[in-house]
Design a binder for this molecule. Structure first.
Ligand code: ADP
Length: 417
C-alpha cells in the first residue's frame, strides 16, 4: 500500500511537510519498483507494506494483505512441503534474535496453496531504545534456480553412482595384480601399477564424495540417529586414526571432558543424538585433513561439553587458513589456493559434506585458525541429558523384543569406510 500513483500534494519545496511527503513518495516508488517481494511488518506482527512483487509472489493483493497479521499471509514450508512451525518463521526469529535472518531453503506457500522456492532475508528495524519495532522482509523467487540445481544434483548423483562400479572393478584388479600371492611382476611394472592403484583410489573417493554431496544437497542422506556417548566414541575412533598421524611423524593427543589433561577427573557422559557412521565420516574427514595439511607438530582432539552442547575439537599445528578463505571453506568444491593445496590432492567436497551432516543433527561446525600456527575445527552438537538416555534405554529394555539395558546407546567398534 502506498502513495505510488497518487498526485503530489503540490506544496512548495521549502515546506517541511511537503519535503517529507516527497521523501515518502520516493521511498514508495523504490519499494514498488523492486521486483522482489518486500514486506514490512510492525511490532504487532501486522503487515504495513506489501509491494507488487509481494502480491505477484504470494497471490495476495496489497489491499487484502495490508493491516493483516503476517501469519495469515506469509506462510513458509520446508523442503518436504510441510509448513514450518511459528518458532522457525523468519519474522518470529527476527524479533527473538534481534538480528538479520537469512534462509535459502524455504518455500513460500501461495494463496492457492502452491509452493515456490524463495531466498529470504528479514532485517529488524531497531528503535532508539534498542527494541525491534518492526521488520522488513525481502523474498526472492528462486524456484527455477532450485529446479536446475536439483537436476544438476540428480545428474551428478546418477553419473557418480554409475562410474563407481567400473572404478571399483579396476581397483580390485589392480590390487590383484599387486598381490605377490596371485601374480609375479617386475619392479618397474609394480611401480606403475602402484601409481595406477593410488589414482584409482582417488577417483573412487571423488565419485563417493560427489555422490554424498549430491545426496546431502537434496536431503537424501540416509541417517539413523541414536544416542552416542561422544567421549568414548571419539577416543575409540582416534585409536583407529592414530596410525595415519604417526606414520607422518605427527604426535596425537586426546583431551576429554575439558579438564585439560584428560586423566585427573572423571569425564562426564556427553551424549548426542547422531548417526555414528555419519559422525565418524565427519571426524575422520577433518582428522585426515589435519594430517594431510600438517607437515610437523601435533594433532589434538578434544571432547568437552556444557549443559546444552557437546563439543568436539580437532586442532593441528599446520599452515593455518587465511582469514579471507574461512567464510567459504564449508562450500562445495572450495579449496584454499596455495602451494600446499596445489600439490596435495583433494576435491574440496569434504568440509561441505561435513557441514551438511552436522546440520542434519542441528549442530554447528566452524574453524578458527591463525596462519603459520595451525587450525582448530569445532563441532557443536545438542547434548542429550544422560538421565534421558538411561530412561529411553530402560524403556526399550522393557519392550518384549530387547533386553539389554544399553539399548539405543552406542560406542564405536570399527573405523568407517
Ligand atoms: P580437500 O579435499 O581439498 O581437502 P576439504 O573440503 O576437506 O577439501 O577442505 C577444503 C580446503 O580447506 C582444503 O583444500 C584446504 O585448503 C583447507 N583445509 C582444510 N583443512 C585444513 C587444515 N587442517 N589446515 C589447513 N587447511 C585446511
Amino acid at each position: 500500500m502506498g502513495l505510488f500513483g497518487k498526485k503530489k500534494s503540490g506544496g512548495s519545496a521549502s515546506n517541511i511537510a511537503s519535503a517529507i511527503q516527497n521523501e515518502k513518495q520516493k521511498a514508495d516508488i523504490i519499494v514498488n519498483a523492486i521486483d522482489d517481494a518486500v514486506i514490512l511488518i510492525d511490532a504487532k506482527n501486522v503487515i504495513k507494506t506489501f509491494n507488487p512483487g509481494a502480491s505477484q509472489l504470494t497471490g495476495w493483493s496489497d489491499e487484502e494483505a495490508h493491516d493483516i497479521d503476517y501469519r495469515s499471509v506469509v506462510k513458509f514450508t520446508d523442503n518436504k512441503g510441510a509448513e514450518i512451525p511459528e518458532a522457525q518463521h523468519p519474522f518470529y526469529l527476527v524479533f527473538s534474535q534481534k538480528s538479520v535472518i537469512k534462509n535459502n531453503e524455504l518455500n513460500i506457500m501461495r494463496r492457492d496453496n502452491s509452493q515456490i522456492g524463495v531466498d529470504v532475508i528479514v532485517t529488524p528495524i531497531i528503535d532508539d531504545g534498542g527494541k525491534v519495532s518492526g521488520a522488513v522482509a525481502v523474498l526472492r523467487d528462486v524456484d527455477d534456480r532450485r529446479k536446475q540445481d536439483r537436476q544438476r544434483a540428480d545428474f551428478i548423483s546418477t553419473a557418480s553412482h554409475e562410474m563407481r562400479t567400473p572404478v571399483a572393478a579396476i581397483e580390485g584388479y589392480l590390487a590383484l595384480a599387486l598381490n605377490d600371492k596371485v601374480t609375479q611382476i617386475d619392479e618397474k611394472a609394480r611401480s606403475y601399477l602402484e601409481k595406477a592403484h593410488a589414482s584409482t583410489n582417488h577417483l573412487g573417493q571423488l565419485f563417493q564424495d560427489l555422490l554424498t554431496s549430491a545426496k546431502a544437497e537434496d536431503g537424501r542422506l540416509t541417517s539413523h540417529p541414536i544416542n552416542v556417548e561422544l567421549s568414548e566414541f571419539v577416543e575409540k575412533l582416534v585409536e583407529d586414526l592414530r596410525f595415519s598421524a604417526e606414520k607422518k611423524g605427527l604426535a596425537l593427543e586426546m583431551l576429554k571432558g575439558g579438564s585439560g589433561s584428560g586423566t585427573a577427573t572423571i569425564a562426564p557422559l556427553l551424549y548426542a543424538n547422531v548417526d555414528p557412521d555419519r559422525l565418524r565420516e565427519v571426524i575422520t574427514n577433518i582428522f585426515d585433513n589435519a594430517v594431510k595439511y600438517t607437515e610437523s607438530g601435533k594433532i589434538t582432539i578434544g571432547v568437552t561439553g556444557d549443559k546444552n552442547v557437546v563439543q568436539v575439537s580437532i586442532a593441528d599445528t599446520g599452515p593455518g587458513i587465511p582469514k579471507t578463505d574461512i567464510p567459504h571453506l564449508f562450500q562445495k568444491f572450495y579449496r584454499v589456493d596455495n602451494s600446499a593445496t596445489r600439490t596435495i590432492g583433494g576435491t574440496g567436497l569434504g568440509l561441505f559434506i561435513c557441514r551438511k551432516i552436522i546440520e542434519l543433527y542441528n549442530g554447528k561446525i566452524w574453524v578458527e585458525s591463525v596462519e603459520g600456527e595451525g587450525s582448530t575445527f569445532y563441532i557443536n552438537l545438542p547434548r542429550v541429558d544422560s538421565n534421558q538416555v538411561q530412561l529411553q534405554a530402560a524403556q526399550s529394555a522393557n519392550t518384549p523384543t530387547t533386553s539389554t539395558p544399553q539399548a539405543g546407546v552406542i560406542t564405536p567398534t570399527k573405523q568407517g569406510a
